[in-house]
Ligand binder design. Sequence first.
Ligand code: SAH
Ligand code: SF4
Ligand code: F3S
Length: 441
Amino acid sequence: MSTRKLYIETYGCQMNVLDSEVVAAILQQQNYQLTGELHEADLVLVNTCSIRDNAEQRVRSRLQHFKGLKQGTRPVTVGVIGCMAERLKEKLLEEEKVVDLVVGPDAYRELPLLLQEVGSGQKGVNTLLSLEETYGDINPVRMDRNHVTSFVAIMRGCNNFCSYCVVPGTRGRERSRDPETIIRETTELFQRGYREVTLLGQNVNSYRWKNGGNELQFEKLLERVAVIDPDLRVRFATSHPKDMSDDLLKVMAAHPNLCRSVHLPVQSGSTEVLQRMKRRYTREHYMDRISAIRKYLPEASISTDIITGFCGETEAEHQQTLSLMKWVGYDFSYMFKYSERPGTFAAERYEDDVPDEIKTHRLNEVIDLQMRLSLESKERDVGRTFQVLVEGTSKKSDDHLYGRTSQNKVVVFPKRDIKRGDYINISVTDCTSATLIGEVI
Ligand code: SAH
Ligand code: SF4
Ligand code: F3S
């Protein structure tokens, strides 16, 4: 078999980044070699996201661009994989003529077979979802740039059905990965020089592995990963406020290499909006969880996700989001305007009735507030010393390196004789709302 070239472009969340690495591993077995050069690719795959309409529009305009690839003399196959493939299925072939291949997130093992079908002049489609697939035995081909930080999937799918969200539809039911394969993969990464892993799942708190009569829950898994080596930093995402337990926070407190940073998406500060979102917690419950984090991990940073302009959101409800943001004092947030997604509970039952300009106005208020909170959060660190894991050379200056604190804040500092993957102590001397600036001590 001659070697062929594979080009993958990835959109969406970290889970998709990992999936692209799994796909690369599957295709490597078929003699496909990764390339970063679109023009030399025999197979172009776009790993797609459906979370908001603009994510899909971006992919569609990329597909338009790929039409040009097919005008050459060499045959080029174009495939859409990931969440948009799952959501649109065969419809994608009709709507985007450039596409030869449509493969959903649970069908990547079928890629070799589907490519054969495409090779014989057919279109290849497989969007079957699975109750078991975790790709647990596949060793992803790492595509990160720094060789210091990496992701490890611990589960797939989601059973929460938040009313606005496509993920349960595009990723299927929740399933946990065999812990032995998680430990093996993480240990191997450490041995190869990686110094930080992020354990990934849509709702890691509901990780559960049954083996005979025994059940392993997330806290226990995290403990097992923590003891692989004290020099391995461990992060995880995403936690769901309804399931985040004190037991988990106690495990974090007991292991200094479990990073002092909790991502706890709130979505809205109003109990009524949360109810319409089917988040299954109240504003008060969320505040109670924040208090628990502060109690067990006083030095932890806290980040969140926020949606503005969800169906029926009043000005008063929006104000509750702003007041909760101030109460928590988030160190960082991902902030979005609500985008109605076909097939979700919200699309079918509620009216998307907040006018776009009000959604935007509210989003801007949320962003402005977060800018202020982020700056305050960084300013609190000036004058303090942090252990930093070095990730590489600063994007803005060759004379500077950058790394992260346990709290997940980026620190930039003058270059010294230090390699990426090293831990060093940095004294923070200055900051912007996005970055800490410091000196090696
Ligand atoms: N599983 C994670 C995150 C999944 S998607 C969780 O439950 O928190 C990442 C973020 O995208 C969500 O937290 C939410 O803030 C946002 N999001 C999801 N669906 C959206 C939609 N229809 N419109 C706007 N933002 C959305
Ligand atoms: Fe979507 Fe909710 Fe599942 Fe997160 S928990 S992926 S927001 S349905
Ligand atoms: Fe997007 Fe799918 Fe992730 S919809 S956010 S790529 S799970």
